[in-house]
Design a protein around this ligand. Structure first.
Ligand code: MSP
Length: 644
């Protein structure tokens, strides 16, 4: 049986899990689940990186021992992974004895090879990166990654003879063109190695939190050497049973920030220790939040994956992250984007397909998978989709896999519309045809359930339950049409992905965003601007209505608000003056189409800031981001004209 070993980086324990960490783990989990659907023997490893100066300092600041800090943060990681259905087979902690033993073994192997020697080191050190920089690599005297101050370190240090591996590494990259992916990242690594490798300082003496160097306990082993070893220590080291089954790893999935450690240091260490190299290192891109890098000092970027999962399900978050951005590219996360994706793909397309199909099966054929002998209308599209989606998963392209999968969702919806089961039902002579149509629909849903399992395991389970197969049956990538057994009793399930309407959207944004941005986010929503006002439908007096300063406004200029895909900044002439206003209409209107338009404008809305842009009023529109129209005027009325 073929095997598949996939790993995530091990996460530092100085920070609680955020969206960026969740992304790596979700992608790795989806790959693991896909390979499980093929019946392969899969091993999926994650864990935590607990040694080093950064953790020692983080613990000191909190007046904890490093291990106490680690224990607390590890608990948070475990909870988060459980809530996101991360199905790792093992969770390695670098403070575990089983890990330390293997680090020492690797150190000894590298030492025996003659690749470790004592010397003296002097350079700039960034604790955030846990890495040295030369003067020339600094930007304005600061770390090029964290833009933080670096410290001058001069100390005795063991060196790893990395320079010896320049040629072997280049040869290996050459002979294994898919070792580092995506290709642009590979090219970066190749040119870095071509430009020459310096020997690497691999021990420190100025702090204690790490694994002591064998035979020279004044030194602790450099945290990256320690950390990278996790990929084999978790398999029991070179003598372990799991190592025999799963090493070399099929994929080390990492973020692009830590590529050099994985694509240069790690293979060189393995060559030195005489061990085989992993098959593939895939560097994914970076998620920003509304255009900004996730950072502790910017609360609005601290997107909590569990808070999202609690409200809209972990499946929806997983789907969004996997579908929205091709693996390898950077992405910009916005709650609006998340909600739009959920509504379009999950509520409209998939949710409706399942709801209407199960309802028809219940009503027309007694809630049982019908007997039929002429099914198969959707077979060829299903086969084509499954082949392309499977290839995309194997090529590490989850967004393409899901895009293909949803072609079957849409094809099935179309098939229902074209075949009109509700018409067939009315004519007893056509009940044979009705059974056939419904069978095909249910079988297509079964294929969909199997194919969404890597991305949305919980929805896949519910679908298997709904089809009467049973939630606990292991998912299998589909390959034979017509195996859904007739006679199974279908089960009506709660809507899989309820549509998020405007009220719910406001409620969610208020929960998810830090207080000051939540207020802003609710503002550009045209119909619910008056948050806290009585519910729509409550009678108002004419005096209450007159308090609204509604006027005709003409758009003078329009431009997108950076970092959002929904907001435009408009300058409007309101007769007495010009105003700037932020409007959530970018899903339907391009800036250039708005200039010159006359719209209805609320001039006495309290000014506010939205995404850092001052907004003084509100443009009235009908609908929501999917169905949206600006209110127009039936006649040539000059800007400033009062509306009553
Ligand atoms: N401990 C090291 C890895 C050692 S592996 C032998 C480390 N840890 S980390 O916690 O800082 O980051 C781990 C990973 O989280 C990054 O490589 C990246 O995969 C992911 N991300 C953290 N922030 C991210 C984003 N904003 N966006 C996407 N992923 C990012 O580095």
């Amino acid at each position: 049986m073929s095997s598949f070993y996939v790993t995530t980086p091990i996460y530092y324990v100085n920070d609680v899990p955020h969206l960026g960490h969740a992304y790596t783990s979700i992608v790795a989990d989806a790959l693991a689940r896909y390979h499980r659907t093929l019946g392969e023997s899969v091993w999926f490893l994650t864990g935590t990186d607990e040694h080093g100066q950064k953790i020692e300092e983080a613990a000191q600041q909190r007046r904890l021992r490093p291990l106490e800090l680690a224990d607390r943060v590890v608990a948070r990681f475990r909870e988060t992974w459980a809530s996101l259905e991360i199905s790792h087979d093992d969770f390695i902690r670098t403070t575990e004895e089983r890990h330390e033993r293997v680090v020492l073994d690797l150190w000894r192997r590298m030492h025996e090879r003659g690749d470790l020697s004592l010397g003296e080191y002097e350079d700039w050190y960034c604790v955030g990166c846990e890495a040295f920089y030369t003067e020339g690599q600094l930007v304005d005297g600061r770390c090029p990654v964290h833009e933080k101050t670096v410290t001058r370190v001069k100390e005795a240090s063991y060196f790893f003879a990395l320079s010896r591996y320049q040629q072997p590494l280049l040869r290996y990259y050459e002979e294994h063109p898919e070792f580092i992916l995506p290709e642009n990242r590979r090219n970066e690594v190749v040119s870095f190695v071509r430009s020459g490798l310096r020997d690497l300082s691999v021990s420190r003496t100025t702090f204690r939190w790490g694994i002591p160097v064998p035979g020279d306990p004044a030194h602790v082993i450099y945290v990256w050497i320690d950390a990278l070893a996790n990929y084999v220590s978790a398999l029991g080291g070179p003598d372990g049973d799991l190592y025999r089954r799963f090493w070399p790893a099929n994929v080390h999935l990492i973020g692009k920030d830590i590529l050099r450690f994985h694509a240069v240091y790690w293979p060189a260490m393995l060559m030195s220790a005489g061990l085989p190299l992993p098959q593939r290192i895939f560097a994914h891109g970076w998620w920003n939040v509304s255009g900004k890098k996730i950072s502790k000092s910017l609360p609005a970027t601290r997107v909590s994956p569990t808070a999202i999962a609690e409200e809209v399900s972990s499946d929806a978050l997983r789907y969004f992250l996997l579908r929205e951005v091709p693996l390898g590219q950077d992405g910009d996360f916005s709650y609006e984007g998340l909600i739009a994706r959920i509504n379009a793909d999950l509520a409209n397309d998939l949710g409706n397909l399942v709801n209407r199909s199960l309802a028809m099966v219940a009503e027309y054929v007694g809630g049982v998978v019908p007997e039929t002998n002429e099914a198969g209308a959707l077979e060829s599209v299903a086969r084509d989709v499954a082949a392309r989606a499977g290839r995309a998963w194997r090529d590490l392209a989850p967004h393409r896999a899901l895009e293909a999968t949803f072609e079957l969702v849409r094809a099935t919806n179309k098939y229902i519309v074209e075949n009109e089961p509700w018409v067939l039902h009315k004519d007893p002579a056509r009940h044979g045809r009705l059974r056939c149509v419904l069978y095909d629909v249910l079988e297509a849903i079964r294929w969909i359930a199997e194919m969404i399992d890597p991305a949305m395991p919980s929805a896949a389970r519910k679908l298997r339950l709904a089809l009467g197969i049973g939630a606990d049956v292991a998912p299998r990538w589909p390959d034979s049409w017509g195996t859904l057994a007739s006679g199974l009793e279908t089960v009506r399930i709660a809507p899989l992905f309820p549509r998020i309407d405007r009220d719910r959207q406001l409620e969610l944004l208020t929960k998810w965003l830090p207080p000051e941005s939540a207020q802003a986010a609710t503002h550009p929503v045209p119909s619910e601007a008056a948050t806290g006002a009585p519910a729509a439908g409550t009678p108002v007096t004419i005096d209450e209505f007159r308090r609204l300063d509604l006027r005709v406004a003409q758009v003078l200029a329009a431009e997108p608000v950076p970092g959002t895909d929904r907001l435009l900044k408009l300058t409007v002439d309101i007769g007495s003056e010009s105003r700037e206003v932020v409007a959530g209409i970018a899903t339907r209107y391009r800036p250039q189409d708005l200039v010159g338009k006359r719209v209805v404008f609320l001039a006495n809305l309290k000014p506010t800031k939205i995404r850092g842009v001052r907004s003084e009023g509100m443009i009235l529109a009908a609908g929501d981001p999917e169905v949206l129209a600006l209110t127009g005027l039936d006649g040539d009325v000059p800007p400033g004209t009062k509306i009553r």
